[in-house]
Ligand binder design. Structure first.
Ligand SMILES: Cc1ncc(COP(=O)(O)O)c(C=O)c1O
Length: 480
């Protein structure tokens, strides 16, 4: 954002870009939406994109790219080995993160797979501020366990604590000292996705680093959304207001032994990477690249994406290009909160997060309130959000249901993609849904996959409540 003084006091934040390519959208009727969500087994992952009005499933791989990124895709050098585009990526990683060894991978979970293969052995643990679905799955598939130690405020959706992504450092010290030799690494997720897009403070990263040094354990930083985390540090943390995003990102990276990221997020391409300054880690990881990803100079990515990633990494710390969607998220959260709609506070990164446990307080957890609300939101608006609650957890090994700490509906705002009128429409439809929440009666499984069940699982609306909600919608608002 370009931040200027307003003539009426305070500041004005203005988008530092203009939009030169647009995609036409179509809003399906309420009855078409009912048919589509039932056809998708009430799982928004299984909707066809053409049945969606605002696609707010994720920011992953769907951010608006820049003119310079598109230009770089055309001039990318097509080479299997030693291509110029790879060296441009290496230079960009050095400049932005200050790290010398770079391993491209095809997306974020590929980085998680390789890290788990190198560092995790059966019986070991990874200690984290909070898990992400794929990061946890890879640690568990390698025979390890992920232990989460967020600060207590993180699980209170009404708390305005500014850095709910912080790790509980006193718990960290207790855990590392009682588990010597069993801690594969400590993992910090910058903008904790499943806590409602909440940032980590620089102070916390520094304290975690000190403990990792004390106990000689590697610190791994998941930097997939580091652009947004840096924006919040600049805005909220004392001492950082006058620092640039580039300086903040460089400082964050400086505390980590290894950085990895889904480049589908902050750098707005389709790929991923691992970076480190430690040669011993690089050597252990790089031998796995040709086995699982591709030759180390492309790592399973298209060279076009590799070239665009080099540009995207620099643009993710460009003040003009960062933060537009965060201001929209802030607007929606404030509008909903004013009208007492349960939403995660404070406004974070990634998206608006509805607190489904409070929104649908009449629904018990075993009827999947977050999944029910995600489906109901699509029905009431054509907006595709993502369930981030119990459906996004897998069952325990003995088949027991594992209830999520938070039952969230994540309405993602991809970078530079949606506008203020979309945000206003979203608020309007959520308010209508809140008034009609009694019609939402819960979901039951029809097909439940054994791992990462939220991607492909199918459910059914208990007693067919979708029909009643659609009827009320038509009565109050018409067909659209
Ligand atoms: C914090 C975080 N880490 C890792 C990943 C996995 O990345 P990918 O989807 O590129 O595999 C994601 C994906 O959304 C993420 O949000």
């Amino acid at each position: 954002m370009i931040v200027v003084r307003s003539s009426r006091g305070g500041v004005l934040k203005v988008d530092g870009f203009r939009i030169r390519v647009v995609e036409r959208l179509a809003l399906p009727s309420i009855w078409a939406r009912l048919k589509a969500i039932r056809g998708a087994g009430w799982n928004t992952f299984l909707l066809r994109a053409d049945d969606v009005f605002l696609d707010m499933l994720t920011d992953s791989g769907v951010n608006a790219m820049s003119d310079r990124q598109l230009a770089a895709m055309i001039t990318a050098q097509d080479a299997y080995a030693g291509g110029r585009s790879y060296y441009e990526l290496v230079d960009a990683v050095r400049e932005v993160f200050g790290m010398d060894y770079v391993l491209p991978v095809h997306q974020g979970r590929a980085a998680e797979h390789l890290l788990a293969k190198v560092f995790v052995r059966p019986g070991m643990v990874v200690i984290t501020n909070y898990h992400f679905t794929t990061s946890k799955a890879h640690v568990e598939l390698a025979g390890g366990e992920m232990i989460e130690i967020p600060v207590p405020q993180a699980l209170d959706t009404t708390s305005d604590y500014p850095f709910k992504g912080d790790m509980d450092v006193s718990r960290l010290e207790e855990l590392i000292s009682s588990m010597r030799g069993r801690v594969a690494y400590v993992r910090l997720e910058a903008v904790a996705n499943l806590l409602g897009g909440q940032p980590v403070s620089m102070k916390n990263i520094r304290l975690v680093r000190e403990l990792c040094d004390k106990f000689n354990v590697p610190l791994v930083l998941d930097a997939s959304m580091i652009d947004w985390n840096a924006y919040f540090i600049k805005e909220r943390e004392p001492g950082y207001a006058s620092k640039s995003l580039a300086e903040i990102v460089r400082e964050m990276a400086g505390y980590a032994d290894i950085i990895y990221m889904s480049a589908r997020k902050a750098p707005a391409v389709r790929g991923g990477l691992i970076a480190t300054n430690k040669r011993e880690y690089y050597e252990k990881l790089v031998v796995l690249l040709p086995v699982y990803e591709g030759f180390p100079s492309y790592g399973g990515m298209s060279v076009k994406e590799l070239a665009a990633m080099a540009v995207g990494l620099k643009e993710m710390v460009d003040e003009s290009l960062v933060g537009s969607e965060l201001e929209l998220i802030r607007y929606v959260v404030e509008e909903l909160d004013k009208r007492r709609v349960p939403v995660v506070r404070p406004p974070g990164g990634l998206g608006v997060h509805l607190d489904a446990a409070r929104f649908l307080e009449h629904l018990p957890r075993n009827l999947y309130p977050a999944a029910s609300l995600t489906g109901a939101l699509y029905l009431a608006s054509g907006v595709r959000a993502m369930e981030r609650g119990t459906m996004s957890m897998d069952r325990a090994r003995d088949g027991r249901e594992v209830y999520a700490d938070l039952e969230l509906v994540r309405i993602a705002f991809p970078r530079r993609t949606y506008t203020r009128s979309h945000a206003e429409y979203l608020v309007d439809r959520i308010l209508w849904l809140y008034e009609n929440r009694d019609a939402v009666k819960g979901l039951k499984w029809v097909y439940e996959p054994p791992v990462l069940r939220f991607f492909l699982g199918r459910l059914e609306d208990i007693g067919g409540w979708g029909e009643e909600l659609a009827r009320r919608y038509e009565r109050d608002l018409g067909e659209y």
